[in-house]
Design a protein around this ligand. Structure first.
Ligand code: ATP
Length: 372
């Protein structure tokens, strides 16, 4: 990995006895779009505020571009922040709002005009120069705030839940817009969000936090496919967790006996040492088949041990969501398993109705095995 632009080294922040951020170490490279993701109260905003210089770490250090930020005030750091409420000055026009910081910095008028013009073009607000904020939509006001932050050409832009004040439809449209803008300007973005879809859709890498502790740092698909623990597996998307123990562990295969299921995986499990493990199975990785009295169960991967990766169940509920259908299936012991089925080829099959007997099966590649 390239030399990090931001280095967070063993940073903690305590408010009294309470650790809002607990021993976080993290590198962010130049040009990355990094998302800090986690549930409300996990400490992500506090970490962002420490990067901005609005909070002082209780322990650890923060380096930006190799320089220790201890004692460096917010306006002396090569960072700029866009807040949740995207505060823009109501009495100023769009152009005055965006140019405000440059004027304070004494940037000559000619250069200021060019930079403001470029920043407005970047966020697709050219033509809106003379409007006041109350003549703009929420999404346009958010873009003014973004242009105002970017016009100062910070090395790092910190974004605190930048899309949360927008309605659902606009938020989705702004996701790709913001990612495209970041890609164009190449400024390092660090965004805080509690919305996992937002983080996965926009960021190059995400850091997942819970209770002040950084749980995992990875790119979106690795977070989803290889979650480090149950918290991440559950927080990122939807998951079926089977708690059990390892009964066979070879270098390239392992068998887990879980509550009512035998799970065979095509990789060894290191570090389990007789303790509890969890097999995490994403709903879309489970195959559904009709279960009829005289018909054999579906064929499984060659070498699958007896009774593994196969469950008999009964459909209890299904939700048709257009592009996909989510099934709630009851298996032995009254346990409910969630299965997601794409409707791409729906016209070719008859689907599955409530109370219908079904087989659930999965490939040995599908489950992730978690140790905590
Ligand atoms: P949200 O998404 O709800 O903003 P968050 O993950 O960003 O949550 P933080 O705002 O970082 O969480 O807060 C983390 C914890 O630290 C919370 O329990 C919060 O109450 C606490 N906290 C934050 N600031 C202070 C403060 N100044 N004094 C005391 N406790 C604080």
């Amino acid at each position: 990995m390239a030399e990090p632009l931001i280095r967070i080294e063993g940073v903690s922040k305590r408010f009294g006895d309470f650790a809002a951020v607990d021993d976080v170490s993290l590198d962010i490279v130049e040009g990355e779009f990094f998302a800090l993701l986690g549930p409300s109260g996990c400490g992500k905003t506090t970490l962002l505020r420490m990067l901005a210089g609005l909070e002082v770490p209780t322990e650890g250090r923060i380096l930006i571009d190799g320089q220790d930020m201890a004692g460096v005030g917010p306006n002396k750091r090569p960072v700029n922040m866009v807040f949740q409420s995207y505060a823009v000055f109501p009495h100023m026009t769009v152009e005055q709002n965006v140019g405000y910081g440059l004027r304070i910095d004494g940037v000559p008028e000619k250069e200021r005009r060019t930079r403001v013009h470029d920043a407005l073009a970047l966020v697709k607000l050219d033509g809106f120069e003379t409007r006041k904020p109350d003549q703009l939509s929420g999404g346009q006001r958010q873009r003014v705030a973004l242009a105002r932050a970017l016009v100062k050409r910070p090395r790092v832009l910190l974004l605190d839940e930048p899309l949360s004040a927008l309605d659902a439809k606009l938020r989705e449209a702004m996701r790709s817009e913001l990612a495209i803008i970041q890609d164009k300007v190449g400024v390092t973005f660090v965004m805080v969000t509690h919305d996992q879809d937002e983080a996965l859709a926009m960021a190059c890498r995400c850091g997942v936090m819970n209770k002040g502790v950084l749980q995992q740092v990875a790119n979106p698909s690795d977070l989803y496919e290889y979650p480090a623990n149950r918290f991440v597996a559950d927080f990122i998307g939807s998951v079926n967790l089977f708690e059990g123990r390892l009964v066979q562990d070879l270098a390239a295969q392992a068998l887990i006996e879980a509550d009512g299921a035998r799970v065979w995986v095509d990789h060894g499990v290191t570090g389990a040492e007789g303790g509890t493990v969890w097999a995490a199975l994403r709903p879309e990785k489970i195959e559904l088949a009709h279960r009829e009295p005289d018909a054999p169960p579906p064929a499984l991967a060659p070498g699958t041990p007896e009774g593994a990766n196969l469950l008999a169940g009964t459909v209890r509920h299904f939700s048709y969501l257009g592009s996909e259908t989510v099934y709630e299936i009851e298996v032995a012991g009254g346990r409910m398993v969630k299965v997601l089925r794409s409707n791409v080829r729906r016209y070719e099959d008859r689907g599955f109705d409530t109370d219908q007997p079904v087989w659930l099966s999965w490939s040995p590649q599908s489950p992730a095995v978690l140790l905590s």
